[in-house]
Design a protein around this ligand. Structure first.
Ligand code: NAP
Length: 299
């Protein structure tokens, strides 16, 4: 069984930053990512709040982080971690193989929240990623649901491709950053439908409309769209943390100084950690902190 000093679970900004720091400290490192290298930031149309970088696409930033970690000698594999066993030497089993290590950094991020409507998972035309799927709706009418930074960024991105974008939010005010709210409000082909919830999805195999309800008046109406982009937040990817007994009741991982969890040698970094601010820069910051603590643990 191949042994590493540090195994990092998750290849998003937190995990890849941890890999960069751990490799620079001379540790052997394996990064295991089950899906997309770069994590959620890879699907972000534009990142313009990372210090020193005016503007970059999430995909390009992910590629650069990946290349940086790989050039430093990190092993990066697309494998899903199924089980982590604690001990003086820890073992990590994936869908492909098994490894041992001295320390584990969990950087497992979060997954998309859904609305819980019937047919949300089966109807064609529902997406969680404008960068990935927006081109399918070129020249068409679409809706985005949510009021956070992701929703507003998706609406802005889609406004370039689509004929019309309806941004549907359940409250009267968007919680996205003011700079994004100002930008979306200025777009002529974006309509804000506030105080509005989606009651049902209309369509046989593919979506062709939404039934929406005004949360204040109860009035029901229909919005004709061929695509719906859901951006209603995320929930922690807590399965491994729960298995290890280090998650709180919400699925996030409480940590102390050095991103240490309650299990010695297991660290948590990025959005999966219980914390207030979940931003790209705080994910990278966690990655660096966890890596340095993990290096110290296994030296
Ligand atoms: P978020 O900030 O949690 O926003 C989720 C939105 O979905 C909220 O407006 C919420 O409404 C709404 N929502 C939740 N459940 C819903 C439901 N069942 N039905 C209808 N609406 C629902 O999520 P996010 O936008 O994905 O952002 C996640 C984190 O990443 C945030 O910290 C954000 O700042 C960060 N981020 C930053 C950037 C950036 O460029 N700075 C870009 C993307 C994401 P309420 O407002 O009513 O709760």
């Amino acid at each position: 069984m191949k042994h590493f000093d540090i195994i990092i679970v998750g290849g998003g900004p937190a995990g890849l930053t941890a890999a960069v720091y751990a490799r620079r400290a001379g540790k052997t490192v394996l990064v295991l990512e089950r899906d997309t290298i770069g994590g959620q930031i890879a699907s972000s149309p534009k990142v313009d709040n990372f210090p020193g970088i005016q503007s970059i696409s999430g995909m390009e930033l992910s590629e650069q982080l990946y290349t940086q970690a790989e050039n430093l000698g990190a092993d990066i594999e697309v494998e899903e971690v199924l089980e982590i066993r604690d001990g003086a030497t820890k073992s990590v089993r994936t869908d492909y193989g098994a490894y041992t290590c001295a320390a584990v950094i969990l950087a497992t991020g979060m997954t998309h929240r859904s609305l819980g409507l019937p047919e949300e998972d089966t109807l064609a035309g529902i997406s969680y990623c404008a960068v990935c799927d927006g081109a399918f709706y070129r020249g068409k009418d679409v809706a985005v649901c949510g009021g956070g930074n992701t929703a507003v960024q998706e609406a802005i991105y889609l406004s370039d491709l689509c004929r019309h974008v309806t941004l549907i939010h359940r409250r009267n005010t968007l919680r996205a950053d003011a700079v994004l709210v100002d930008a979306v409000r200025r777009l002529p082909n974006v309509t804000l439908l506030l105080d509005t919830v989606i009651s049902s999805l209309v369509g046989d195999e593919a979506l062709n409309g939404l039934v929406v309800k005004n949360a204040l008046t109860g009035a029901i109406s229909r919005v004709d769209v061929s695509g719906l982009f859901l951006a209603v937040g995320q929930k922690p990817e807590g399965r491994l943390a729960q298995m290890l007994g280090i998650a709180d009741e919400t699925g996030f991982i409480p940590t102390g100084e050095g991103c240490k969890t309650s299990v010695p040698g297991i660290f948590a970094a990025g959005d999966c950690r219980a914390k207030e601010v979940r931003q790209l820069i705080t994910a990278c910051s966690d990655g660096a902190i966890a890596a340095l603590a993990a290096c110290q643990y296994c030296s």
